[in-house]
Write a protein that binds this ligand. Structure first.
Ligand code: CP3
Length: 354
């Protein structure tokens, strides 16, 4: 195994002391970067995702230009639905579109648990190339969508604020929903295992729509599947579990056995730490829209967030993906503020596993 030179993210995930708080940004490889927009004008979305040289170049952009402590592979959670036999388009400025969504038992016959090596080989090629180009500067994060979030796109066929169709599908045809969720879970475990084999150092599971479910339904339609995935990956790689809007279930998210729980900005760090206990790291939770504040104010807010989490067992991040209209120097100010921060409350580190 080659040593990663900046491994503070890995140390923090393991609960080991690190030189400082690591920082990266969800959706850091994307439209706010002019270098990304150049490639976006030349190649369509899935060409960028499926061409390892392009995916690698985009993955490295925020490492080179913003100085984050981790790279996250440029790809998308929806590639898993394509591998399972569904057509997925990305309509510019509108978002994902599935011309034939899955809503009946007849529709389910079109859905398969694929051989991931065969259908998603380009992702593993992109991981190998990215690892080579990164040359052990920082760790590489692999990822997948949580089964519930993928089911949302599979059934709804497009983005939505409430995913009402998906919820009514789950509540009126639970048996079909659970069959699909289990197929998504099996595919995701195979997919993440291959990502680790290809070289990713950490994996993050994105449950972007977990917060749309009541805590009881979150257990039934999301958590029990994420638990299977985290348990399957636990001994292979450090894991981060991000379920947007699901902070009421922090104790249960910790209970999956994950190394880190990702938080959105809807909860105070102190409250999250109380709910989570000291056995996991917490990641987050700066409001992405706050990056639009004037830089001095932005710095003040980031400083406040860092002191609220305290040193140790915290990975600084946004509470959701970076917005496309964030100026690059504001994104950089976020990262630099974390890097230069000196804690008022040093000595109270949460290094629980030591
Ligand atoms: O984080 C990174 O920088 C790595 C790349 C990444 C993308 N999508 C690239 C992308 C990651 C980790 C994702 C995850 C993803 N994709 C999620 C979970 C995280 C979240 O934001 O909640 C979801 C729900 C999707 C599905 C998806 N893909 C949507 C809803 C959209 C359209 C909305 C949008 O943000 O534009 C996409 C397209 C997409 N995926 C873009 C990027 C950079 C934008 C399209 C473009 O640049 O042409």
């Amino acid at each position: 195994m080659n040593m990663i030179r900046n491994d503070i993210l890995i140390k923090t995930l393991r609960g080991e002391p690190a030189e400082r708080t690591p920082v990266w940004m969800m959706r850091q490889a994307g439209r706010y970067l002019p270098a990304y927009r150049v490639l976006r004008d030349k190649y369509d979305f899935f060409t960028r995702v499926q061409t390892p040289a392009l995916a690698t170049e985009i993955t490295l952009q925020p490492v080179d230009q913003i100085g984050v402590d981790a790279a996250i592979l440029f790809s998308d959670i929806l590639v898993v639905l394509q591998a399972m036999g569904l057509e997925v388009q990305l309509i510019e400025n509108k978002g994902p579109f599935l011309p034939d969504p899955v809503r009946t038992s007849a529709d389910i016959t079109r859905v398969i648990v694929p051989d991931v090596e065969e259908t998603l080989g380009y992702v593993f090629d992109a991981i190998r190339l990215t690892k080579k180009e990164l040359n052990n500067r920082v760790p590489l994060i692999g990822f997948a969508g949580a089964p519930w979030t993928l089911l949302c796109y599979m059934v709804e066929g497009k983005g939505s604020k409430t995913f009402d169709l998906t919820k009514s599908f789950c509540f009126s045809q639970p048996e079909l929903a659970h069959r699909l969720l289990q197929m998504l879970t099996e595919t995701t475990i195979a997919y993440l295992r291959q990502q680790v084999k290809a070289g990713v150092d950490v994996i993050q599971l994105f449950d972007s729509w977990g917060g749309l479910l009541s805590p009881d339904d979150f257990e039934i339609f999301s958590l029990r599947y994420m638990r299977q995935i985290i348990q399957a990956m636990k001994n292979e790689t450090p894991t981060i579990l991000f379920a947007k809007g699901a902070w009421a279930s922090i104790p249960e998210l910790v209970g999956t056995g994950t190394d880190c729980v990702g938080l959105d900005w809807g909860i105070r760090p102190e409250t999250a730490r109380k709910m989570a206990g000291n056995s996991v790291s917490l990641q987050g939770n700066f409001d992405p829209a706050r990056l639009l504040s004037p830089i001095p104010e932005l710095k003040k807010e980031v400083t406040k967030m860092l002191n609220s989490f305290g040193p140790g067992r915290h990975i600084a991040n946004l509470g959701h993906g970076i917005l496309p209209n964030v100026p690059v120097d504001h994104a950089k100010a976020f990262v630099d503020t974390v890097k230069n921060h000196i804690y008022k409350n040093r000595g109270k580190e949460v290094f629980s596993s030591l």
